[in-house]
Design a protein around this ligand. Structure first.
Ligand SMILES: *[C@@H]1O[C@H](CO)[C@@H](O)[C@H](O)[C@H]1NC(C)=O
Ligand SMILES: *[C@@H]1O[C@H](CO)[C@@H](O)[C@H](O)[C@H]1NC(C)=O
Length: 190
């Protein structure tokens, strides 16, 4: 069963990329938020058709972020910081998905293993003003996060999956894109 689901997700991912690439010809600097939000910096992330926008307050060590990722209704997206190491395990995530009634659920969750519960949990760092929206096949997560132990430099992880069951995001595909969606980010230099 689990293997069938994973296999199906992998297949779905292999058929989608060309479509994703076309719709992502625009870079993050071209994006205008409908909600009149403005960020000083942004980065086109190298995988999963995702972009991160942020404004970093170096006095407070706090980043106001908007994580945007292409997704269909029924799927989920997540953006995380791993305070301990590079990679998925140990990361502390903000996860969002679209409900069948069109509302968007967003909450923090701890990625404690390779098969985490994905249930809501408090993170080790502060999360304020958490919200999310679904617009033009994109889920956007808004939050103010930090401060972090490492200052402006963090290990970020981002992810997407195509299945949410009973309000719980299910395992993502294991394509190259899904496995390489991690890296260091310096909120000061981009
Ligand atoms: C950083 O946050 C502090 C406290 O909210 C504020 O007083 C300060 O103006 C902010 N700095 C910048 C550059 O926005
Ligand atoms: C939409 O569905 C979600 C998840 O089932 C639920 O929590 C929320 O209250 C619903 N919203 C409305 C407006 O019905």
């Amino acid at each position: 069963m689990a293997i069938t689901i994973i296999y199906t997700l992998v297949l779905i991912f292999y058929f989608l990329p060309s479509h994703f690439d076309i719709s992502y010809a625009l870079t993050c600097t071209d994006h205008r938020f409908t909600s009149r939000r403005v960020y000083t910096s942004c980065k086109d992330l190298p995988h999963l058709s995702s972009q991160l926008h942020w404004t970093y307050n170096s006095t407070m060590g706090v980043a106001k972020i908007a994580y945007r990722a292409r997704q269909v209704a029924g799927g989920w997206v997540a953006w995380a910081i791993n305070p301990n190491q590079i990679g998925m395990v140990g990361s502390e995530a903000l996860v969002a998905f679209v409900n069948s009634n069109g509302s968007v659920t967003v909450y923090p969750t701890m990625i404690t293993s390779y098969s985490p519960s994905m249930l809501p949990a408090d993170l080790s760092f502060q999360v304020l003003d958490l919200s999310a929206e679904f617009l033009s096949n994109q889920i956007t997560i808004y939050a103010t996060v930090g401060p972090f132990a490492g200052g402006s430099v963090v290990n970020q992880v981002w992810q997407a999956g195509n299945l949410v069951l009973d309000g719980v995001p299910q395992m993502h595909a294991v394509s190259q894109q899904n496995l390489q969606s991690t890296g260091e980010l310096d909120f000061l230099s981009g």
